[in-house]
Design a protein around this ligand. Structure first.
Ligand code: CP
Length: 315
């Protein structure tokens, strides 16, 4: 059966741990793997963008090349997708050419339809609902920080403040639960994760020992946290900027809020950041920030994912 990675829980907690170990190995030996050059045949991967991207575009394109594969980057403006060719037809055509399809798109119904009609693995490079590749990189970054003291992500306390009702909030809640972490969401009403996401997290946490709590008190969420994470308040396609800024300003990740976290806490932001909105310059550029390690880890984590998913490389 073709495996897809459309949301964080399309893999098991054990597979997530395996991928994170593999990603660390990829980082330690950046040019030591050619897992997509199988018996002299380059594997080709289509990387499709229906929304803008810097990190995802670069990390997939460069990562596929570093694995010995051939990246084919498409966007909707310069392909027939932008002129209304159906996602089902596109899935069938791409499947005749490439060994996997990575796509950034809008609704999760769109990527689900692509996966339904594709005969090769489909990877979510961000949808409205999920950003699972980002979370692999985030967990790799947390593991790098925790390794000295814990050797595991299990039990690590992560606070996510701001808009938690969208892709980054959803993926953070689920992926961290899979890792056995304790997630505290600090977000106002209307910006908290949906009930079905929290219900799925509870099922996962029954297995992994993690937990999720939700509060509208940012200080309560951050107090004692080992990791503090946030995301932009206005995601791609959203329009109500002024209202969102008014609602979310009490959840800004600034020095005062970070002061409630553990002394050696690290700061994550998937980027791009809107400095002065969800995060201040002092925190972004401060000693606790790991945001650029996090951006780099997109490369290593996605290389591990693709080598595992289509190269059949297990470590
Ligand atoms: N974090 C992230 O997905 O960055 P891009 O939008 O630049 O790809």
């Amino acid at each position: 059966m073709t495996r897809h990675f459309l949301k964080d829980h399309d893999i098991t907690p054990a597979e997530q741990a395996e991928l994170l170990r593999f990603a660390a190995a990829m980082k330690n030996d950046r040019h030591g793997f050619d897992s997509l050059n199988h018996q002299g045949r380059l594997r080709s991967v289509a990387v499709v963008f229906e929304k803008p991207s810097t990190r995802t575009r670069l990390s997939f394109q460069i990562g596929i090349a570093e694995l010995g594969g051939h990246p084919v980057v498409l966007d909707s403006q310069s392909s027939q997708l932008g002129r209304g060719e159906s996602i089902a037809d596109t899935a069938q055509v791409l499947s005749r050419y490439v060994d996997a399809i990575v796509i950034r798109t809008f609704g999760d119904d769109r990527i689900a339809e692509l996966a339904q009609h594709a005969t090769v693995p489909v990877v979510n490079a961000l949808t409205d609902g999920w950003h699972p590749c980002q979370l692999l990189a985030d967990l790799q970054t947390v593991a790098e920080h925790r390794r000295e003291s814990l050797h595991t992500l299990r039990g690590t306390k992560l606070a996510f403040v701001g808009d938690a009702a969208f892709n980054m909030g959803n993926s953070t809640v689920i992926a961290c639960s899979m890792a056995g972490m304790h997630v505290r969401v600090g977000a106002p009403a209307g910006y908290q994760p949906a009930d079905d996401v929290l219900e799925r997290a509870a099922e996962i946490n029954a297995e992994t020992g993690g937990s999720v709590t939700v509060t509208d008190d940012a200080v309560k969420a951050v107090t004692g946290a080992d990791v503090v994470s946030t995301d932009a308040w206005l995601s791609m396609g959203m329009k109500d900027h002024e209202q969102r800024v008014a609602d979310l300003t009490p959840y800004q990740l600034n020095a005062a809020l970070l002061g409630h976290a553990a002394e050696d806490a690290i700061v994550l932001h998937c980027l791009p950041a809107h400095r002065g909105e969800e995060i201040t310059d002092a925190v972004m550029d401060g000693p606790q920030s790991r945001v650029f390690d996090q951006a780099e880890n997109r490369l290593h984590a996605q290389k591990a994912l693709l080598a595992w998913l289509i190269g059949g490389d297990r470590r």
